[in-house]
Design a protein around this ligand. Structure first.
Ligand code: HEM
Length: 390
């Protein structure tokens, strides 16, 4: 067992790659090991993590469905999940998402373009943190008034859902959920009465077309998208920018060849991955790599460790733009991130706008980076701050 004080999830590091590197090293000795801080056995090898993510019958996501979230897509399995996924694919498949770039790119240029003249900037709070919210409000046609209140609700709910064993976060999480649901419910009602040309209207039409419409179902779906799409994107942008600034050769190649930005984002997903891991609930007695897992117990599928598994990623320590192997940063299997195409558009637009605006972009040598699990109060691996010179 790893005592809480020694857990890799309790440490911080100037490099976003340290968590994965450390956990993969443990995984080479022992594929499954109980971590007191995470209160679950960590599953550390790529093969075992991938197999469990694919097997949603044995390793269930039902625990996400606490209280009012019981009907959320992430908490469902089998035909009910499939039905909702079909509705989501109507507005979120890669083809359907392509048109969102028209909205996203100008927001990215507005957000990151002016940084050129600033000299010193702390990127996370000043620019990155507001960007996904602004994108979402614009796409959904939600009034700007939601702003910081929306982010506060989202933060409370994600913290609650991401730490299902922590009772202290349940009260604030449930209250925030009720408030965000009320707000969203009003928007859905308004949109249905007077349809506009925005993503909220598309969601409503997609649910109707798949015979999945009810006011409650659309409200829960929109709330789930709000929950899934903010902090993940914020940390992914910090991870991508930071990975390139720590790997100047890769940065130079991306600057010289714009389309390489997509390869850089994929490699940052692997090397600096913010989704450190995902909990699952075992629905039956089973085993992982010879370790018995009892029905009703939680396991933590450690994506960060899997990303440094040399069996799958040779030379895993090195940030390389030529890897073709897929990463697990968007999950895998039935619950693979439904917002992945939009997230890619957002991160690509942000990176492109930032690099175009700031040809001399570099880390501020007078400050120390600090990556840790739980940064910004979320159950992800990331950083509170990214100080750069523009
Ligand atoms: C870079 C940003 C993102 C990352 C790293 C990310 C990561 C993930 C991961 C790891 C999962 C799987 C969760 C699990 O299996 O337990 C997931 C699922 C999901 N994500 Fe994302 N996500 C991102 C952006 C988004 C965006 C922009 C949206 C929506 C606008 C979104 C909505 C969702 C939803 C609804 C699910 C559940 C899918 C299902 O159950 O079928 N995500 N995401």
């Amino acid at each position: 067992m790893i005592p809480a004080a020694e857990s890799a999830f309790a440490q911080s590091s100037p490099s976003p790659a340290t968590l994965g590197r450390t956990l993969a090293a443990i995984g080479r000795r022992q594929p499954v090991v109980f971590d007191e801080l995470m209160n679950a056995p960590l599953v550390l090898r790529h093969r075992d993590v991938a197999a469990a993510l694919r097997d949603s019958t044995t390793f269930s996501t039902v625990f996400y469905g606490m209280g009012p979230m019981s009907e959320a897509m992430i908490a469902l399995d089998g035909p009910r999940h499939h039905h909702l996924r079909r509705a989501h694919n109507r507005f979120f498949s890669a083809a359907a998402s392509a048109k969102y770039a028209r909205t996203v790119v100008p927001i990215a240029q507005r957000t990151f373009g002016p940084l050129a003249s600033r000299g010193e900037v702390e990127l996370v709070e000043e620019s990155i943190a507001r960007y996904p919210m602004e994108v979402f409000l614009a796409l959904l046609g939600i009034p700007d008034e939601l702003g910081d209140q929306g982010l506060a609700w989202v933060r409370a709910i994600i913290t609650w859902l991401g730490s299902p064993m922590d009772e202290t976060v349940a009260g604030p999480g449930m209250q925030a959920f009720a408030q965000l649901s009320d707000y969203t419910s009003t928007l859905v009602r308004r949109e249905r009465q007077q349809a506009g040309d925005n993503m909220l209207g598309e969601i409503i039409r997609a649910f109707e077309a798949e015979d999945a419409y009810s006011h409650e179902a659309v409200t829960v779906a929109v709330v789930s998208l709000l929950l899934g799409g903010f902090e993940t994107t914020i940390q992914m942008m910090s991870a991508t920018i930071c990975s390139l600034l720590l790997n100047p050769d890769a940065l130079a190649r991306v600057r010289a060849d714009g389309p390489l930005a997509e390869a850089a984002i994929d490699e940052a997903f692997r090397w600096a991955n913010p989704s450190a891991g995902l909990y699952r609930l075992a629905t039956r007695d089973t085993e992982i790599a010879g370790t018995p897992i009892a029905a009703g117990s939680m396991v933590y599928l450690c994506i960060a460790a899997a990303h440094f598994d040399e069996q799958v990623y040779p030379d895993a320590e090195t940030f390389r733009l030529d890897r073709r192997g897929t990463h697990l940063g968007f999950g895998l299997g039935p619950h693979y991130c439904v917002g992945a195409p939009l997230a890619r558009i957002e991160v690509t637009a942000a990176l492109t706008a930032l690099l175009d605006a700031c040809p001399g972009l570099r880390l501020d040598p007078d400050t120390r980076l600090s990556f840790r699990y739980g940064a910004r109060g979320f159950v992800q691996h990331g950083t509170e701050a990214l100080p750069v010179l523009t």
